[in-house]
Design a protein around this ligand. Structure first.
Ligand SMILES: NC(=O)C1=CN([C@@H]2O[C@H](COP(=O)(O)OP(=O)(O)OC[C@H]3O[C@@H](n4cnc5c(N)ncnc54)[C@H](O)[C@@H]3O)[C@@H](O)[C@H]2O)[C@@H](O)CC1
Ligand SMILES: Nc1ncnc2c1ncn2[C@@H]1O[C@H](COP(=O)(O)OP(=O)(O)O)[C@@H](O)[C@H]1O
Ligand SMILES: [K+]
Length: 602
């Protein structure tokens, strides 16, 4: 699922409207219909109706209420390749599908008029069936009254189109114009006129009295991708009233008040139950805090060809199993050859650990083994070695430096290089600590081998303190900073790193020629070629010491098995998140999750 900026969305709109001659009002009509369908799906789920499949997080897909923040759905875009949004809506019209079981088609079965043939008992009728448009019908429509908050741009036009479809479904709607209806222009003005011609009741904010308490839900069509800065005037007041109403809000395209590129929330910003994102997923909907304000995000096609995104240089996408399989060309089943042996699956050298932080090295080494590599050697200070003997019998230990040293020493770089010769990957950092001469130590390793490097923890802090752009490097590098480490690397405050994680990761990876894994909820993986992947597996329970060391081990283990740097980083982050989810489920409470549980859940 592609992730676009506002600028890219505008360009794709232009290409569709001007280049392909698809009328803008047709796109708006499709948008309105999609929004109405999602409102109806939400109503159905509230009334205990049947639409909706199970999504990855066990929530209802394509319906509303009770979804986890990170739920993102769309056509074929389900994280686990599951049934997705095709959940009985969109039943369309089936005519004359001979031989099928009556009622066996998609949809809830309502609106199906089976005209049965003359077959006797026990004999299948010929199977002539007609199905109605169940996506736009609601049994309990009379219990619903939705307020449609209408801004004066095209987002408002989407809301107006949705209002007509809701009315058609028997749902009472009241339009609430944020600005005088006469101020609408273009396609939005056409929609205004159509709504008026259909006799939809309308109120103007500041002129007419509004009763939010009496409605059953709110469509937020105030501001979309044309929004600039914090909502002002009537927009701000309507957003505050909608949030304060306690009613479910379905946002058109983005929650009004969200920065669609960065995920920053302006004050005020709509907190939606469902966001019906139109055409392409906006970056701001997957980056926190925006991801939290969007509720369940449903990406709906409105007639803009999906293939335009990549054709016109969109470089970011959600990390779905499909992306792992097709764009990254990873064998996600991780098949093992029947004649494979430990040599087949590669050898990781890990350089890290120190007396006070031996666990970090241990976690990384064990995670690499669980990720499926053949062998792991852990290079560690000589003084630490006796204490970790037997801690993980599957790995090999190699003392770097004298038996007295419990911490790393500058002179050990050559030893690390010697141990790394012939290995598929060298991972540096977990539990490493800082030590005198550490800059030269890391530079020697960085410049002294072409073997892929995974750099984490204090090795990142060493890089941050050095001007490493002058270092020469002839092999791939993966950096795995958390936001604090990223702030030090980029020389920015942490809040600035978090402000636009995708943008920053893309810039940094390109500028420094590294694969960057910017960790935290919705980890971003960016490549030197300018591609970014946003991962949505994971669990808040993973905010626990050592979880990052486990990730370093997993990525290293995958590199050892022959994946390239981008593949190993992306797949590693994805698997780490899945294991975290599984580990959280296995505890009585997710807060009890510790890093070792993630390894066991791999
Ligand atoms: N072809 C297209 O361009 C399509 C656009 N669509 C919809 O159109 C939206 C974008 O439409 P627009 O570009 O008209 O922009 P918007 O509808 O997002 O809003 C722009 C309007 O809001 C006002 N405004 C901007 N920032 C404000 C603020 N902070 N406080 C108060 N008022 C503010 C502006 O004066 C302008 O009139 C998309 O998000 C999507 O919902 C869809 O209809 C599908 C097709
Ligand atoms: N809320 C969350 N949702 C998903 N993943 C998370 C969340 N919090 C932390 N993680 C993941 O857990 C790991 C923590 O790594 P890090 O901060 O480096 O820990 P440590 O340094 O203790 O090993 C990262 O991979 C991060 O993405
Ligand atoms: K909106």
């Amino acid at each position: 699922m592609d992730l676009v900026t506002v600028e890219q969305m505008r360009q794709l709109d232009r290409i569709t409207i001007e280049g392909l001659s698809i009328p803008a009002v047709a796109l708006m009509e499709n948008a309105g219909r999609a929004i109405a369908e999602e409102v109806i799906a939400l109503c159905r789920s509230r009334h205990g109706g049947g639409a909706g499949g199970e999504d990855r997080n066990g929530g209802r897909a394509g319906t509303g209420g009770g979804w986890a923040d990170a739920d993102i759905a769309g056509r074929g875009g389900y994280i686990n390749g599951g049934p997705g949004a095709e959940n009985g809506r969109d039943a369309g019209t089936d005519v004359g599908r001979g031989g099928e079981e009556p009622g066996a088609g998609r949809g809830s079965g309502r609106g199906v008029a089976a005209i049965q043939g003359s077959g006797g008992p026990g004999i299948q009728p010929p199977g002539f069936r007609v199905s109605g448009d169940t996506a736009l019908t609601l049994d309990s429509a009379e219990a619903e009254h939705w307020l449609i908050l209408v801004g004066k741009g095209n987002n408002g036009g989407d809301g107006l189109a949705a209002a007509r479809h809701l009315r058609e479904a028997g749902i009472a709607v009241t339009l609430v114009y944020a600005a005088a209806p006469e101020s609408l222009a273009g396609e939005a003005a056409l929609q205004r006129d159509a709504a008026a011609a259909m006799g939809l009741p309308a109120a103007i904010y500041g002129v007419d009295r509004l009763d939010f308490a009496a409605c059953s839900g709110i469509v937020d069509a105030l501001l979309g991708t044309g929004s600039a800065g914090a909502p002002r005037g009537a927009y701000a007041e309507l957003i505050a009233a909608a949030n304060g109403s306690g009613k479910p809000v379905v946002s058109a395209d983005i929650p009004s008040g969200l920065n669609a590129d960065t995920g920053e929330l302006h004050e005020p910003c709509i907190h939606a139950a469902v966001t019906v994102c139109l055409a392409f997923l906006k970056r701001g909907l997957v980056q926190y805090p925006g991801a939290g304000a969007a509720g369940h995000v449903v990406v709906r096609s409105i007639g803009i060809p999906a293939a335009l995104a990549r054709k016109h240089g969109v470089q970011a996408c959600l990390l779905t199993p499909e992306v792992l399989r097709t764009r990254l060309q990873i064998d996600v089943s991780r098949r093992r050859s029947p004649e494979g042996h430990k040599g087949t699956y590669g050898h990781v050298l890990l350089a890290g650990g120190s007396l006070a932080m031996s666990g970090a090295g241990l976690l990384s080494a064990r995670a690499a083994l669980r990720a499926g590599c053949g062998l792991v050697t852990w290079a560690l200070p000589g003084g630490l070695l006796p204490y970790v003997i037997g801690a993980a019998p599957e790995m090999m230990l190699a003392a770097a430096g004298s038996a007295e040293d419990g911490t790393w020493k500058a002179g050990t770089a050559a030893e690390v290089l010697r141990l790394g010769a012939g290995k598929e990957v060298i991972a540096v950092g977990p539990g490493l600590g800082r030590f005198e001469g550490d800059t030269d130590w890391l530079r020697t390793i960085w410049e002294g081998t072409e073997t892929p490097l995974v750099i984490d923890a204090d090795a990142l802090n060493i890089l941050a303190d050095a001007d490493y752009s002058s270092w020469t490097r002839r092999g791939p590098v993966i950096l795995t900073p958390h936001p604090g480490e990223m702030a030090r690397l980029a020389g920015l405050p942490t809040a600035e790193v978090q402000r636009d994680r995708i943008g920053l990761a893309l810039d940094y990876a390109r500028e420094h020629g590294v694969v960057l894994v910017l960790k935290g909820a919705h980890t971003v993986i960016a490549t030197p070629e300018g591609q970014a992947y946003v991962n949505v597996t994971g669990h808040p329970g993973m905010g626990t010491g050592g979880a990052g060391d486990v990730l370093t081990g997993i990525i290293s283990g995958l590199l050892a098995q022959g994946l390239n740097a981008a593949q190993a980083a992306a797949f590693g982050v994805y698997l780490h998140g899945l294991a975290g989810e599984r580990a959280a489920r296995l505890r009585h409470h997710p807060a009890a999750l510790i890093a070792g549980d993630i390894i066991e859940a791999l």
